[in-house]
Design a protein around this ligand. Structure first.
Ligand code: TPP
Length: 550
């Protein structure tokens, strides 16, 4: 039976279990849009391709299967590149389909033409263009395999418009076969030996494609062995912060006590993490290329092992397979490090206790305390970039897997589309987006996507009237010379209402709880605007203190 290229794309997606795609439509891929009609695949229509790609990134992040996004050529593709870069830096499986100009116009710089294989090579694991509709099953299967194997990442498939309407015979699509790497018995024996010789071990967990099961099994292992565990930057959902083994967030603004313990450790076990610039405190926690600590690095891609840090033991394995193999390691009776682990957890508990007060009338410390006491443990938190995110990363005690979606690349504007995507996946759970006034406005238009699909997300819009992070750096480097960092904002409550959502304004700390309850009860997508004094730029220091270096 003959089918069009558009139909073959959609068939291949269905064969691979895709139930949802994000998109902004374009005339370059009408044939795919037509095949989606009545396909059973939900098409989530977005308002800007950056948001659409970020939604697909969150689906990939929270399911381990590629999130799918579709955009038009040229301007659609360049807008979507914001999400592509996030997925690349974060090792997120994702496939971006881009409509392309017709084949006989290629290389003329035709209308909206871009050569994606040149433009996006650095933003994607693989960029392919399908010239022949009969090869669609081959290209799509390969895209799924590449996006999920080794170090996961985004794949781009470019679809010439005329190829999509060709009627061809092609093989029936089959699901891709995931590739998993397993640790060998010798490596596990060496791992057991290094662990038994250690006196001051630390584990740092990170990376993607963990599962509920592997997170639970690893927690049991760490607790049985009384090992201290830190979570890599924005990977906090990988380890229960209330576990006696939890040592803290290895991210921006790391607890100095934890940083010291990592530097002075005799064994560091990096499990799934690349230990990139942000988690490594600007490449200072482990020496490059020869860490002073004995290093065991477990990562699913051989190319990453030894790239920056030469490990004493390199295990090329997916995290779930490594965690399964931990069964072969015998637990020590009384590990010498047990008291140190308990002390590290105590230090974490102190570090994550919010301050009671601060400048202005609204204090984020008590607001975080309210959230900890009143928001269910399975709530999904999302955010983009900005100092506001510190409150979440430092003071929220993540307990469950799949409760976090945030970019390690520090891309502003991520939180809102991520919240929309998370609510699609987990409609029964609360989904809370933390955003600054700067961050929110980068993809604020996707609030209407939440309204359109009836997704009652709650956005805490922390409005300090400034691009706060940059203002902070500016005051430190160029005191008193405020250049390009102050903001003029819309009325966010009116914004929420104009979009058909629920709006709240919090101008005093004690107004927060009731405002949250009303937002929750509204059953609508909500914005709670929290008016924070710009002076409250970090939990510990004010802008004035930073400017005056006091
Ligand atoms: C897309 C993008 N543009 C610019 C930046 C640089 N940047 C990092 S944080 C920040 C300010 C964030 O402001 P806001 O969201 O209001 O949060 P605040 O820091 O004030 O809490 C900027 C401009 C970035 N990380 N990402």
């Amino acid at each position: 039976m003959k089918r069009t290229g558009g139909q073959l794309i959609v068939e291949a997606l269905k064969a691979n279990g895709v139930s949802r795609v994000s998109c902004v439509p374009g005339e370059s891929y009408l044939a795919v849009l037509d095949a989606l009609y009545e396909s059973g695949i939900e098409t989530v229509v977005c308002r800007q391709e950056g948001g659409a790609a970020m939604m697909a990134d969150t689906w990939g992040r929270l399911t381990g299967e590629p999130g799918i996004c579709m955009v038009t050529r040229g301007p659609g593709a360049t807008n979507a590149s914001a999400g592509l870069h996030i997925a690349m830096q974060d090792s997120i499986p994702m496939i971006l389909f881009i409509g392309q100009v017709q084949r006989d116009a290629r290389e003329r710089e035709a209308f909206q033409e871009v050569e994606y294989r040149r433009a996006f090579t650095e933003f994607a694991k693989w960029v392919g263009e399908i010239d022949d509709a009969r090869r669609i099953p081959e290209f799509v299967t390969r895209a799924f395999a590449i996006a999920t194997s080794g170090r996961p990442g985004p794949v781009v498939l470019s679809l010439p418009e005329d190829m999509l309407v060709d009627l061809v015979e092609a093989p029936e699509a089959k699901p891709y076969t995931p590739v998993e790497n397993h640790p060998g018995a010798k490596q596990m024996a060496k791992f057991a030996e290094l662990l038994s010789n250690a006196k001051r071990p630390v584990v740092i967990v990170g990376g993607t494609r963990w599962t509920e099961d592997s997170v639970a099994k690893f927690k049991t292992f760490a607790e049985t062995f009384k090992l201290p565990v830190g979570c890599s930057f924005r990977r906090q959902m990988l380890f229960d912060h209330l576990s006696p083994s939890y040592a803290g967030d290895v991210g921006i603004g790391i607890n100095p006590a934890l940083s010291k313990e990592i530097k002075e450790a005799d064994l560091v076990i990096l499990l799934g993490s690349r230990m990139s610039e942000m988690p490594s405190s600007g490449y200072t926690l482990l020496d490059i290329p020869y860490p002073s600590q004995t290093l065991v690095h477990i990562f699913p891609d051989a190319e990453e092992l030894g790239r920056m840090y030469r490990p004493d033991l390199a295990i090329c394995a997916s995290t779930s397979d490594f965690v399964d193999a931990l069964e072969s390691v015998d637990a020590p009776q009384n590990p010498v490090w047990a008291d140190r682990t308990a002390a590290m957890h105590d230090a974490y508990l102190k570090w994550s206790t919010p301050p009671k007060t601060g400048p202005g009338n609204v204090h984020m410390g008590p607001i975080m305390e309210w959230i900890e006491a009143n928001v269910p443990a399975d709530t999904v938190f999302t955010n983009g970039a900005g100092n506001y995110a510190t409150w979440l990363h430092r003071f929220h005690r993540f307990q469950r897997f799949n409760t976090q979606s945030a970019p390690t690349s520090g891309s502003m504007g991520y939180g809102l589309p991520a919240a929309v995507a998370a609510k699609h996946l987990f409609p029964e759970r609360e989904v809370v987006c933390f955003a600054g006034d700067g961050c929110f406005m980068m993809h604020g238009q996707e609030f209407i996507t939440a309204v359109r699909y009836g997704l009652p997300i709650i956005t805490l819009l922390i409005n300090n009237g400034t691009y706060g992070t940059i203002r902070m750096h500016q005051e430190r480097e160029y005191p008193g010379r405020v250049s390009a960092t102050d903001l003029v904002n819309p009325d966010f409550v009116a914004f929420a209402k104009a979009y058909g959502g629920h709006g709240e304004l919090v101008e005093k700390t004690e107004d927060f709880g009731p405002a949250y309850e009303r937002a929750r009860a509204s059953g609508k997508p909500a914005i709670i605007e929290v008016k924070l004094d710009a002076e409250a730029i970090t939990p510990a220091r004010t802008l004035t203190q930073i400017r005056e270096r006091t």
